[in-house]
Structure formats: C-alpha cells, structure tokens
Design a protein around this ligand. Structure first.
Ligand SMILES: C[S@@+](CC[C@H](N)C(=O)[O-])C[C@H]1O[C@@H](n2cnc3c(N)ncnc32)[C@H](O)[C@@H]1O
Length: 220
C-alpha cells in the first residue's frame, strides 16, 4: 500500500513516547555526534533564524541553540502532535517555537530563514520532493540546508544493512530507495556529502546560491 502523510503522522504519534529511547538504542548514542557535526557545517550565527523541519522530539535543539541562542530564533515544525508534545518540555524552557505543520506546506514567507535542517525525515515523508522545494523557498539566498538520513551501507556492513533496512522500512516508514543527494541537488548546490556510522547514515550540506566550490565527498 502506498505511504500517505496521514499514515506517517499516525505512525509517529504512536511511536512518540518511545522515540528517544529507540533512537538511542539504534545509534548507541552516536547520533549526538552526527547532529553536532551537521550543525557545525551549517554554521548558524548568533542572531540567525533557523528552522528544524520535521523536528520530532527536538533532538537537534541543543546543538542549534548553542549556536543561535544569543538573539537568535529557533523554530521546529513537525506533522505529529505527539512528537511535538515530547519536544515541548525542552522547547519551552529554551524558548524554541514549535509549530504543527506539514513540511510540504510551510506557513512561512519566502526567504525567512538563514539555515534549515531536516534530519531523518526525507526518506519518511511521501512528499519529500515538495518538502525540499519548501525548504528552498523559505531559505534566504545565502542560506544553507543540512540533511541527515538513513543510508544503505555497502562494504563489510552490507548484510547488517539489508536486515536493518527491512526492519526500519516497516517500523519507521523509511524508504531507502529515495536518493537524498539526487533529490537535494534539484534545488541546492551540494557542498558536502558524507557517510557516517559505518555507512548507515548520510549527511549532506547544501547551499541555495551557486558558486564554484566543488562538492566534498567524505566517508568516516
Ligand atoms: C524519524 S523522525 C525524525 C525526527 C527528528 N528530526 C530527529 O532527527 O530525531 C521523522 C519525523 O518526521 C516527521 N514527519 C514526517 N513527515 C512529515 C511531514 N510531511 N511534515 C512534517 N513532519 C513530518 C514525523 O512526524 C517524525 O517526527
């Protein structure tokens, strides 16, 4: 059966109470490193306005806040009210604004944000193409996007990858066939493409404006 936005919302509403624990177990707490590295590469400045698209329970917030909290604004959007409910405790005390919204229809004006980040969501949402277009629309001309996504490993972890792919596709609605780099490059110049965690995670950084810097391809 084709995946629908409603189905994804219902799945994450259900998963919300256990999401942080599952994330912790799957990544052995290493996700903190990916998140922090991606935020470093995005490099938001104090005072910037940053959007965390599909923010879930807010696991990126601590890293983003470290960068923008002096005069800056951090907004998180997500489709699932239960995921946002989990994010709320952290968000309220830190002054993060949360909005329930579909990433494919963002209620923000063009060129509002200095940076945006989408972690572990583009392979989840059936409307990923529209979500990328929306991210480009709301970013300022010099803005950057950071993306993290699950990735099928090659090499020695290939067999583990096949098992994980099957389990996560069913449980977390992840579509491993979506090629993040290809999709992102429709709207962004790819600045960095990096595989981490034995190739199970891909990290991409894109810039809205074009210049002549080549893409950096790196594997950890
Ligand atoms: C795997 S979780 C990732 C959450 C968070 N970004 C993280 O890194 O932990 C995927 C999230 O994407 C959200 N999501 C999926 N499709 C969405 C859409 N079209 N618009 C907004 N949020 C969406 C889900 O509700 C869920 O919170």
């Amino acid at each position: 059966m084709p995946k629908t936005t409603k189905g994804v919302e219902a799945a994450y509403d259900k998963a919300a109470p256990l999401y942080n624990l599952m994330n912790h177990i799957y990544f052995f707490a290493k996700d903190k490193r990916f998140r922090s590295m991606l935020v470093e590469r995005l490099n938001p400045k104090p005072g910037d306005t940053v959007l965390d698209i599909c923010c879930g329970t807010g696991l990126n917030f601590p890293f983003l806040l470290q960068k923008v909290k002096i005069r800056g604004t951090l907004l998180g959007v997500d489709l699932s009210s239960e995921m946002l409910q989990q994010a709320k405790r952290k968000a309220e005390s830190e002054g993060v604004n949360l909005v329930r919204s579909d990433a494919a229809h963002l209620a923000f004006r063009d060129r509002t944000f200095d940076a945006t980040l989408v972690s572990f969501c583009l392979k989840v949402t059936p409307t990923y193409e529209k979500a990328i277009e929306e991210a480009a629309r709301v970013l300022k001309p010099a803005g950057r996007i950071g993306v993290l996504g699950n990735h099928k490993p090659s090499g020695p972890l290939r067999f583990l990858g096949i098992i994980l792919t099957k389990v996560l596709s069913a449980m977390a609605k992840i579509d491993y066939e979506v090629n993040l780099k290809e999709q992102l490059s429709r709207k962004f110049r790819i600045i960095e493409d990096k595989k981490m965690y034995g190739g199970l995670v891909q990290s991409l950084v894109g810039g809205k404006t074009s210049n002549h810097l080549p893409t950096v391809n790196r594997d950890d």
